[in-house]
Design a protein around this ligand. Structure first.
Ligand SMILES: [Mn+2]
Length: 376
């Protein structure tokens, strides 16, 4: 009988884009003077390894290519499929015991953890087992690193956009007076799944008439009616990446009051998009849109910030707001979504997804937003 080789199969090489992400992070890990960073945020684990599961921690050493994922038996086969290049450790005891063992084995004096994603009790357990001075909370910088997208990430966002836009076309084609907000949201999300999306990037907002003055309305039993409006804010996830758009359609002719604010919001959005280029202050982009709306006398009716980055999370860096401190960087993908909300009347928000290019911007979304096209 042939003896089964005990030698483990050689691990495949880490894909180049993942290796580059880990290397960039490792520069910071070395700056902190620790042996490794414990990555507990599931999205960050995915970003660094390709593994999609949860309840798993990645250990990124200061040096060397070897990322270890500490997981449990539920994910053993999944890690093999999604991240065959990592060292997978299925834990049979507490996480802090596994980490202590790993630190001993690699002779690590100190280990860093993500200050934003570790609970007080997890930290307590680590400190008790390893020693309080050996576990170091850090701001890992991954939020800023993830804000700049690589080509494979931009491709995933474009795919999500393609699906969400087609789903929108199919949805507006069949909207009829009498349908409820809930029914429209359900149809739209179903179409995104049929078209191959992993799912919706957030619960779809469908808000009819006066409900549209709530920026984050929850679809309910309100029916759409002839001569009324529907605000739809929706997005798809593809390969883990989110897209995010908003349109306002009217069933028939757009009411005059809505039409007035629609034109202002559209002008504000165009002004902001045209201001986008690497190096521009984030606050300037917000100001470009806000200036148009203030000048038209609706400044008080545009309460939220202008936009946000999108990626593995629906809300990422950078934030485009008056309080934002930083500047735009090439490779960032942001939403630009000004709005005007009139309580008791309705609201208009127009949202598109924009890539910051070496010289300026590219609008990644392609749905029309001129007022004529919005009358269905
Ligand atoms: Mn958005």
């Amino acid at each position: 009988m042939a003896r089964r080789s005990k030698q483990r199969q050689k691990r495949p090489a880490t894909p180049a884009h993942l290796r580059a992400r880990v290397r960039l992070l490792q520069r910071r890990v070395r700056e902190w003077g620790v042996g490794a960073l414990l990555v507990s945020n599931a999205r960050d684990v995915r970003y660094l390894t390709g593994f999609v599961g949860e309840d798993s921690w990645a250990v990124v050493p200061a040096k060397g290519a070897g990322v270890t994922v500490i997981s449990d038996s539920r994910f053993e086969e999944q890690i093999q499929r999604e991240a065959p290049h990592v060292t997978a450790k299925m834990r049979r005891r507490g996480l802090s015991d596994e980490i202590t063992a790993l630190m001993d084995k690699r002779r690590m004096e100190r280990i860093a953890f993500q200050a934003d994603y570790v609970t007080c009790s997890q930290r307590g357990a680590l400190a008790k087992k390893i020693g309080a001075r050996r576990v170091v909370p850090v701001d890992d910088g991954l939020i800023q690193q993830r804000a700049v997208k690589g080509p494979e990430e931009i491709a995933a966002i474009k795919k999500a956009l393609k699906i969400q836009q087609e789903a929108f076309r199919r949805t507006v084609e069949q909207i009829k007076p009498g349908q409820t907000e809930q029914q429209i949201a359900a149809f739209l999300e179903y179409q995104m799944r049929l078209l191959g999306a992993d799912g919706a990037s957030f619960p779809t907002i469908v808000a009819a008439d006066a409900n549209a003055s709530l920026p984050h309305a929850i679809p309910g039993s309100r029916k759409v009616k002839k001569g009324g409006i529907v605000l739809i804010d929706w997005g798809a996830v593809c390969g883990g990446y989110c897209s995010d758009l908003t349109r306002v359609v009217s069933i028939g002719k757009m009411p005059a009051k809505i039409r007035t604010i629609y034109q202002i919001v559209l002008e504000a959005q165009q002004a902001a998009i045209q201001a986008i280029s690497p190096g521009r202050a984030l606050a300037d982009i917000d100001a470009a849109a806000r200036g148009v709306i203030e000048k038209a006398g609706y400044g008080e009716r545009f309460g939220h910030s202008l936009g946000h980055g999108i990626g593995l999370d629906i809300h990422e860096q950078p934030t485009l707001s008056a309080r934002s401190k930083g500047r735009l960087r090439e490779g960032q993908v942001v939403t630009v979504e000004p709005g005007i909300y009139l309580p008791g009347v309705g609201g208009v928000r127009i949202e598109d997804d924009i890539l910051v290019t070496p010289r300026g911007y590219r609008v990644l979304s392609h749905l029309p937003s001129d007022v004529e096209s919005m009358m269905i």
